[in-house]
Design a protein around this ligand. Sequence first.
Ligand code: PLP
Length: 369
Amino acid sequence: MNDSIHGRFIHLIPINREITMEQDIVYLDRNEHNYGPPKCVYDILKNADLTKISWYSRSFMTGSKSKLVAYFSERFGLPEKNILLGYGGEDILKQVVHCYISFDKTQKTLLVPRYSWWYYKAIADEVDGKTVTFPIYQDKDTFRFDIEGMRKVFQEEKPDMILIASPNNPTGNSLSLDELKKVIEVVDQDTVIVLDEAYAQYENADISYIKPLIEDTPNLLLVRSFSKYYGLAGLRIGYGFMGNGLEKFAQFSARYLGYNRLSEEIAIAAMEETAYYEDINRKMREDKALFAKELGAIDGFTVFKSDANFILVEIPQEITDGLKKFMNDKRLIIKFMNEDGFTHHLRISLGTQEQNRRVIDAIKEYASR
Ligand SMILES: Cc1ncc(COP(=O)(O)O)c(C=O)c1O
């Protein structure tokens, strides 16, 4: 404690967990987490040691990339060289696409499912990459990746990278481990496979597959996030596990001066709060069933199964505009989709149980007019 900043603390006023951003508007359009983080997160912010803010990390002196990377190394059983951090999953995805898809003598190709997060194509466009798609099809109240269709497109296009989200946004379905293994079989070793698991943990808490998968698949990058399950979207932390063949990316993504030390500490504390997050997830599962039961009973509505924290609902085209205005007037902001294949679909992020009840009641009220 020899200088001015040691031992000083910042004091923050906890936000009201039910009300985010603008008063009384309920935002359920970007798959955020409306329960708020556990108490330990507020405690860390309240008691933050300002040295963490003023100084770069000195983890490198112990041969470690950072405190959080060391934590992951322990938890997932992989060496630090296979682990990276980023400014949200978004940042890691952008980095890997820019690293391998940038125009370099020839145009590079990215392969994604036809229905997937629009952002993948956007980041490939930024570096003049070509984006091609493989089929994903509706099977009653779920979607499935067409692995055979993927094989055909793969053979025709020989893409430099394949990027699949599991669970997928906006369809909510996942790629099983067997399906992932089939994808890996199809793909040549010099094609990078990116598995975007931003929405992991809602329906599958298992992490034991990650270590063997990364060890056996040199061309695989698996991306995860603290934004969704852990409700820390504003903190902007994502992490990834990369196979040993992605050396170019290991160099590209390395950070000489480290990461956000406060965010790292919060992330570790949040990950230790298993019971808090399991309880929220239990409520979310109950609410997914509630959406399926109540909205699924309305004529012309299909509620799709979801392994994530949002649900996709197909509604009659003719009510789309009216319902949008009705929901906005009620200050319940859900996503009215307007993209390939989804022109009369809602993507509703799960809120608190009280918020979800209000959304269901409002939609039922409009539909019964
Ligand atoms: C499929 C998918 N991947 C990744 C992300 C990135 O999230 P973040 O950058 O907050 O980790 C999102 C955000 O909505 C997403 O929908």
